[in-house]
Design a protein. Structure first.
Length: 272
């Protein structure tokens, strides 16, 4: 049986000096591949470095919407930053652009000029990276959180549908949202949230989804599934999420492990 953790953040302080141990524990849990996701100019090269050092690790590189402070007052990534990202994404073990997207979660609900400026910058950086992914033929890992991000993400992604694939990570939305993603040729990935006691609506949504459209992730070090709720999440824990999803779908764990791993390998086509 093989599981693939399609979204983890191995650069987190919780994993400092422990990467080899984390990989070993994942391997012992039947997790064969871990994709570590970059979020800015500092973490992207670290993800590439981990991928170079460990056979099981692959990288995604990008600028997520909550990590744009490095830009100062600039409204988009510079030509130099795009060139750097292009070079990193061309690495043999870089399998995606991500995570990228929109996050309005902590923004005030009143759309002041500053709030509108922040949203506009997020949108511009998002589109810049969608364009780069399309140029390189790579898939994207998309982050969307907060009121209005679902609609805005769909609107910005639509011009790329048919020439760019994406996964909406940490999926917690409803059936209508999932179907909207699928219509654009996208997939979803699910975290340990699906095991939480209060996540019955998410479980009900997943029950109606085709298994081949779902990937599994940890978002480590966050969102540890039961029985590790509120503890440090590691890639090895993706097994618990996968098993729970299998049960929801009426599948044996081995069946869903095979389906989700095949989906991940086809989606992240550079991953060997």
């Amino acid at each position: 049986m093989e599981w693939i953790d399609t979204h983890a953040h191995l650069y987190a302080k919780d994993f400092e000096g422990r990467i080899s141990e984390v990989v070993r524990k994942a391997r012992e849990a039947s997790v064969s591949r871990i994709i570590t996701i970059g979020v800015n100019g500092q973490t992207n090269p670290r993800c590439i470095g981990y991928a170079e050092e460990h056979e099981e690790i692959f990288a995604a590189v990008g600028w997520q919407p909550t990590d744009l402070d490095e830009l100062g007052e600039e409204m988009e990534l510079s030509a130099e930053q795009i060139a750097t990202l292009r070079g990193q994404a061309s690495h043999p073990k870089a399998v995606a652009i991500g995570e990228i997207g929109l996050d309005y979660f902590r923004l005030p609900r009143t759309e002041t000029p500053e709030v509108l400026r922040i949203k506009e910058r997020q949108k511009r950086v998002f589109v810049q990276q969608l364009e780069l992914a399309a140029e390189l033929g790579l898939p994207c890992a998309i982050h969307q959180r907060g009121d209005g991000t679902f609609e805005d993400c769909l609107e910005l992604f639509k011009p790329f549908a048919g020439r760019l694939r994406a996964v909406f990570h940490c999926f917690v939305s409803d059936l209508q949202a999932a179907q909207a993603f699928f219509e654009l040729g996208c997939l979803i990935s699910v975290t340990g949230i699906v095991t939480f006691k209060k996540a019955e609506e998410l479980r009900e949504t997943i029950r109606s989804l085709p298994p081949e459209k779902i990937m599994v992730e940890t978002d480590a070090p966050y969102l540890a599934p039961e029985p590790y709720f509120r503890k440090l999440c590691e890639p090895a824990h993706v097994v618990y999420t996968g098993r729970r999803i299998a049960g929801i779908l009426g599948l044996e764990p081995e069946e869903f492990a095979e389906i989700s791993s095949r989906t991940a390998r086809e989606f992240f086509w550079k991953m060997k």
